[in-house]
Design a protein around this ligand. Structure first.
Ligand SMILES: Nc1ncnc2c1ncn2[C@@H]1O[C@H](COP(=O)(O)OP(=O)(O)OP(=O)(O)O)[C@@H](O)[C@H]1O
Ligand SMILES: [Mg+2]
Length: 495
């Protein structure tokens, strides 16, 4: 379907969409721009077209009959890994977009999009492709992108983070990444960079808390020779070094007022000035910032400039602490085990169920970084065999219960219970298990109160009549009826 005198000058694009009108529109627009286009109606044909004629870029619709977009994507990733794929998704199916990005798509376009947007994305993808064939380091970066820059997470909270990363990556907006220590702030910043058009350009991190305050300015903006004692040579600052790439300002809450002002100016005017210099140096830098302190509070307490705060905080990504997304733990464990095993050149070890329970019961104050360290250490101690509780640090094995979830001892019996229940409780499991737990709970509380139903009801936070009804229903014996006027029973209606 290619045509036009200068078609092909800029490269060959394979378009796959099951809708004839879409194929026609895209073909016309791309050919007018000088691309050679082959348009096909399904995924199978797209893979074949790439295999037969090669492609500099594939434009792929996600919802197609037969081999659907995601399946096509993974086929292309295998068979033509260097070919960037731009995915087109229906508006609103961002989840698919995220899947597609994880599957290695270069970028995605949400339908309906206008042709300008499309052409921009195409140009950007081809530009990266031509760079990629030059730099093997870029190929590695593209490969890294396939697993979302190494970010693991199945929890809703992390899925939301991935979506945000996907959404903000393609623009140049400033993003403030917030989260406790070790939650993955830097990894998220790198993922944004990896998925941006600045891929292959520098990613320059600066830890504002690690550089002595009086040196931070020169670190960020550079200095001219002789600007201060010790400035023996001219030095370029991180802003300059990050030119055309991304500057990651880590622990951004840790800079003094003068420097905050200078940063604000750099962000607004897109120029920097070396210490002791007089020349304004233009820079094209995307800034990402991170903090583990409450920056809004710092603003209220006038420790941080409000205007800079709003300038940095165009979009916020909040990384929840690991203890609030424990469902990620098994996946992170597998991820770190694989990484450690790869380094040692052997198969990743298994984790015993008891050891996994301990991992799931701990509160992880150091978040993902702490988990990573624990797994690295355990791999060493387990020497490639199964990871057992004794390979985990003392703190997790919990002599004493500090740092442990109070519900921890229940984890093991609950697993047993689930195994015993087997299949077939779909849709009622929550109710069923809670009912099973209710009886021993009521019995335990009643026993602790010496059978006093009023006190038991108060502790449980339920009405005494409710308690009595439950006791009858669950077949719980006894319990002491309070004598009127002695125990007092303001909650219960007379019965
Ligand atoms: N979701 C994740 N998937 C895989 N690895 C992760 C994830 N989150 C964090 N990590 C790993 O945990 C470690 C800590 O992450 P990172 O340095 O990004 O955290 P941080 O929030 O910047 O911490 P700090 O506040 O201490 O600087 C890194 O080795 C990182 O690779
Ligand atoms: Mg960090």
């Amino acid at each position: 379907m290619s045509g036009g005198a200068e078609a092909g000058r800029k490269g060959r694009v394979v378009v796959a969409d099951d809708e004839e009108s879409v194929r026609w529109t895209l073909t016309r627009a791309l050919e007018r721009e000088g691309y050679a286009v082959e348009a096909v109606g399904d995924g199978e044909a797209a893979v074949a077209a790439v295999a037969a004629g090669g492609a500099d870029l594939v434009l792929l619709d996600i919802q197609m009959p037969g081999l659907d977009g995601l399946a096509t994507l993974s086929r292309l990733a295998e068979e033509a890994p260097a070919t960037p794929v731009l995915v087109m998704t229906a508006y609103g199916s961002l989840q698919t977009a995220v899947e597609a990005m994880k599957g290695g798509a270069f970028d995605y376009l949400a339908k309906p999009f206008d042709l300008e947007e499309l052409l921009l994305a195409v140009r950007r993808a081809l530009e990266v492709r031509s760079l990629a064939s030059e730099h093997s380091q870029l190929k590695a970066a593209l490969a890294d992108r396939r697993d979302f820059g190494g970010l693991v997470g199945v929890s809703q909270a992390m899925q939301r983070v991935f979506k945000l990363v996907g959404t903000v990556a393609s623009s140049d907006v400033t993003v403030l990444i917030q989260g406790e220590t070790g939650t993955g702030k830097e990894l998220v910043a790198r993922a944004i960079h990896l998925h941006s058009r600045r891929l292959g350009r520098p990613f320059v991190p600066v830890n504002c808390a690690a550089v002595p305050k009086d040196l931070l300015e020169s670190e960020l903006f550079g200095h001219e020779r002789g600007a201060f004692t010790g400035a023996v040579a001219t030095r370029r600052g991180k802003f300059e070094l990050a030119h055309s790439g991304t500057l990651f300002l880590d622990e951004v809450g840790e800079m003094d007022a003068a420097l905050q002002t200078k940063i604000l100016r750099a962000l607004q005017e897109r120029v920097t000035e070396r210490v002791g210099g007089e020349q304004a140096i233009p820079v094209d830098v995307r800034v990402l910032a991170a903090t583990n302190q409450d920056l809004a509070a710092a603003v209220r307490e006038r420790r941080f400039r409000e205007d800079l705060f709003y300038r940095l905080n165009v979009v916020t990504i909040d990384l929840p602490p690991l203890r609030e997304r424990m469902e990620d733990v098994p996946f992170l464990v597998a991820h770190f085990l694989r990484a450690a095993a790869e380094e040692a050149g052997r198969e990743p070890p298994e984790v015993s169920p008891h050891a996994m329970d301990l991992l799931l019961a701990y509160r992880w104050p150091g978040n993902v970084r702490e988990l990573e360290n624990v797994i690295e250490r355990a791999t060493v101690f387990a020497r490639g065999a199964v990871i057992l509780p004794e390979h985990l640090p003392e703190t997790l094995r919990g002599h004493g219960t500090e740092g442990r979830e109070p519900g921890a001892p229940l984890a093991q019996p609950l697993r047993g219970l689930l195994a015993a229940l087997g299949e077939g409780r779909d849709g009622q499991l929550h109710e069923h298990v809670l009912a099973l737990v209710e009886k021993p709970l009521l019995e335990a509380v009643l026993a602790r109160c010496g059978g006093n139903q009023v006190r038991a009801a108060t502790i449980l936070g339920i009405n005494r009549n409710t308690l009595r009804k439950k006791m009858r229903a669950l077949g719980i014996e006894g319990g002491r009826e309070p004598r009127k006027g002695r125990d007092g029973d303001p909650d219960a209606s007379p019965s």
